[in-house]
Design a binder for this molecule. Structure first.
Ligand SMILES: CC(C)(COP(=O)(O)OP(=O)(O)OC[C@H]1O[C@@H](n2cnc3c(N)ncnc32)[C@H](O)[C@@H]1OP(=O)(O)O)[C@@H](O)C(=O)NCCC(=O)NCCS
Length: 158
C-alpha cells in the first residue's frame, strides 16, 4: 500500500487547468482518445465535467451535455491501473445524480459495439439499447458501429 492510496477520493468539477491530466488519462485508457483540445472545446461549450481525484492524482473523469430535459453522456474513463475497482460506477452514479438534480429526465450515450465492459456497466445502471449508428466510430482499418443507449432518470431524483 502506498501513502497516496490512503488519501480520500473526491469528485470535483472539471477545470481547464485539469485538462492536461484528463487528456493524459484519456490517452492511456482509450484506443481512439479525445485530444486535449476536445476537452477544452467541451468545457467552453458549457458541458458538465467531473474529475475523480485521490490527492493530486486524476483517477477518472466523466463529461455530459445537457439540453432541455435530456442529457448526453459524452465521455467516461478510468485510469487503467485502477479499473475494475468500482470507480467507473462511482462516476456514472455521480453524473446521473447531477443530471437528475437539475431536472434532466433521460440520458443518452453511444458506445462502440465492441466495448462490452462499458455496455455491462451501463446496463447495470438501467441504460437500455435503443438503436445503432452504422459505421459511427473509426477503428484500425475501417469504421465501427455505435450502440445507442438511453436511461430514464426518474429514479435518480433525491
Ligand atoms: C468502462 C470503464 C469506464 C469502466 O470503469 P471501471 O472503473 O473499470 O468500472 P467498475 O469497476 O466501476 O465496474 C462496474 C461494472 O462494469 C462492468 N465492467 C467493468 N469492467 C469490466 C470488464 N473488464 N469486464 C467485464 N465487465 C466489466 C462490470 O459489470 C462491473 O461490475 P463488477 O466489477 O461488480 O462486475 C473503464 O473500463 C474504462 O475507462 N474503459 C476505457 C474507456 C471507455 O471504454 N469508456 C466508455 C466509453 S463509452
Amino acid at each position: 500500500m502506498t501513502l497516496s492510496s490512503l488519501l480520500p477520493m473526491e469528485i470535483a468539477a472539471m477545470r481547464f487547468i485539469d485538462l492536461p491530466q484528463v487528456a493524459a488519462l484519456e490517452a492511456a485508457a482509450q484506443v481512439f482518445p479525445w485530444r486535449e483540445e476536445h476537452f477544452t472545446d467541451s468545457l467552453h461549450a458549457g458541458d458538465r465535467g467531473w474529475v475523480l481525484w485521490r490527492g493530486a492524482q486524476c483517477l477518472g473523469f466523466v463529461l455530459s451535455m445537457h439540453a432541455a430535459d435530456e442529457a448526453h453522456l459524452l465521455n467516461l474513463a478510468v485510469a487503467p491501473a485502477v479499473q475494475r475497482q468500482g470507480l467507473g460506477a462511482k462516476l456514472l452514479r455521480h453524473v446521473l445524480r447531477d443530471a437528475a438534480a437539475v431536472g434532466i429526465r433521460r440520458m443518452y450515450l453511444e458506445t462502440r459495439a465492441s466495448n462490452q465492459r462499458a455496455q455491462t456497466l451501463y446496463s447495470a445502471f438501467g441504460f437500455q439499447e435503443i438503436g445503432l449508428r452504422k459505421a459511427y466510430y473509426p477503428n484500425g482499418n475501417g469504421r465501427e458501429d455505435a450502440l445507442v443507449f438511453c436511461a430514464s432518470l426518474d429514479n435518480w431524483k433525491e
